[in-house]
Each structure stands twice: as C-alpha cells, then as structure tokens.
Design a binder for this molecule. Structure first.
Ligand code: CDP
Length: 244
C-alpha cells in the first residue's frame, strides 16, 4: 500500500483513474459459458486484462473413499496460475497464495451449491489463470459460478464477485493491479444477489468504519453488474444467442 506520491497519479483532478475509468466503473467484462467440450461444465472470463478458464468435473465418486461424506457432497477447488500469467515467471508448483485463494473460493462457493443433493460425491472446480492483472480471485469466483451452473449442478444462487477499494483517499470500484499495489485498500467481495448474502469478504489495507461500509456498498454494486453478465453468459449458451 503506497504513500502520497502514488496517490497523486492514481486519481487525477477530474476523478479519472490511472486506466481512464471513473471511480464507480468496472473494467470491461466478458463471460462465456460452456467453452470446453470434455469438462462437465466450464466458463471463460475476461475481466480487464485478467483471462481465466474454469472447468468442472462432477459430481463423481470420491477416491480415496474415506475422504467422502455420507451426508453431503464435497466441493474441491484448485486455483492455479500459469507460469506465463504474470510478468515474472510463476513457479508452476502451488504457492501459499494459490492455496489460500483456492480455499477462499471454495468457501465462497459452498453456500451457493446444493451439495446435500449428492452425498458421497465430489465436485471439482479447476481454475486456470491464463493472464493476471489484479482481481483474479473475484474474476475466478464469478467464472466458477457460471461453470457450476453450466455443469447443471443445482444452486441456490450464483456468486458474483468484484473488489472495491481505497485509492487516493477515495472509495473506488474494481481495483486494478496498479491500484492494488499502490492504493490504500483492496476489498474483494463475493455476493449472491438473489439471496442478498455475502460469501467472500477480505480486506487488505486500513479503512475507517464509514469507509468500510461504503466499500461494501460499492463492491456489492459491482457484484450486481457482474451478476447480469453471468446470467447473460448462460442465456447466450442455453437460449441460442451465442455461438455455442
Ligand atoms: O489477483 P488478486 O487481486 O485476487 O490477488 P492478489 O494476491 O492481491 O494479487 C494481485 C495481483 O498481483 C494478481 O492479480 C497478479 O496480477 C499479481 N501477481 C503477480 O504479478 N505475481 C504473482 N506471483 C502473484 C500475483
């Protein structure tokens, strides 16, 4: 989190951010459902310069069997960054960061998925980050929800995700990579708009309680924008407006 010098550049006197966006604007978002032939469900998302592919397998038997739960299905999530996804070659072995992000995405998806309908089985969510530019956990979570729906897994709602944050003493929507590095706070949020429930909330940085509330409101508005695009990705695939 940076100091005053970074602050001057991040937001100009007209309230325009370093990538030309207004404070309440998301980056350009494109979501496509059902992009992989061999997975049970899949989705691709471009969120600004983030490019992420998600493939789903399951529900299927759990091996070894003692890992299964007789009362419910289990969700397994692997968030993985390709070595070429960042400017400095990423070691393909799982990093602490990838293990943490896999865990938070799993926990963010669990309230949405009706796992109790599939006891003793597992649903696997494989997330491949092809290109990263800040906000990959939110983009990946949004794409994973679409991929689960594409797999026909019964869900209570989809989780839509977007980050808000504090840049140059101002609360902004959808923090990009530069803002994440040099800004004052970053708050990724996962939200189920129909159920009005937050399933992911993290905060890197320091906010006053008023700023915290504003960040949550701004982030939820971003999630609602993402939600419309998630629904569109599914209707495009299943009601013939896309090329699938
Ligand atoms: O991607 P997200 O904002 O959810 O997670 P982060 O840990 O806050 O990482 C922010 C950004 O740092 C990523 O999106 C990448 O663009 C970048 N990064 C990187 O350049 N090299 C890494 N090994 C990990 C992250």
């Amino acid at each position: 989190m940076g100091g005053r010098e970074a602050t001057m550049v991040l937001l100009d006197e007209n309230g325009i951010r370093c990538d030309g966006r207004k404070i309440d604007e998301t980056r350009k978002i494109m979501i496509k459902a059902g992009v992989l032939k061999n997975a049970d469900g899949s989705a691709y998302i471009e969120f600004g310069d983030n490019k992420i592919l998600v493939g789903i397998f399951g529900p299927r038997d759990v091996h070894p069997k003692h890992m299964s739960d007789t009362d419910t299905g289990i969700l397994r999530v692997r968030y993985h960054m390709e070595p070429f996804s960042v400017t400095e070659r990423k070691n393909p072995a799982p990093s602490r960061r990838e293990i943490e992000i896999s865990k938070v995405i799993k926990e963010a998806l669990e309230p949405a998925v009706m796992l109790e309908k599939f006891p003793r089985t597992a649903v696997d969510v494989f997330i491949e980050v092809l290109q990263a530019d800040g906000g990959t956990r939110c983009a990946a979570l949004s794409a994973a929800s679409v991929a689960l729906a594409d797999a026909g897994i019964p869900m209570r709602d989809m989780v839509a995700a977007c980050a808000s944050g504090k840049v140059a003493d101002t609360i902004v929507l959808d923090v990009n990579n530069e803002e994440d590095q040099a800004g004052q706070a970053d708050m990724p949020i996962g939200y189920m708009p129909n159920l009005k429930k937050i399933t992911l909330l993290q905060l890197d940085g320091i906010l006053t309680s008023d700023e915290f509330k504003k960040c949550v409101d701004v982030g939820i508005n971003g999630c609602k924008i993402v939600y419309e695009l998630q629904k569109k990705a599914l209707t495009d695939k299943y009601f013939g407006n896309g090329s699938n």
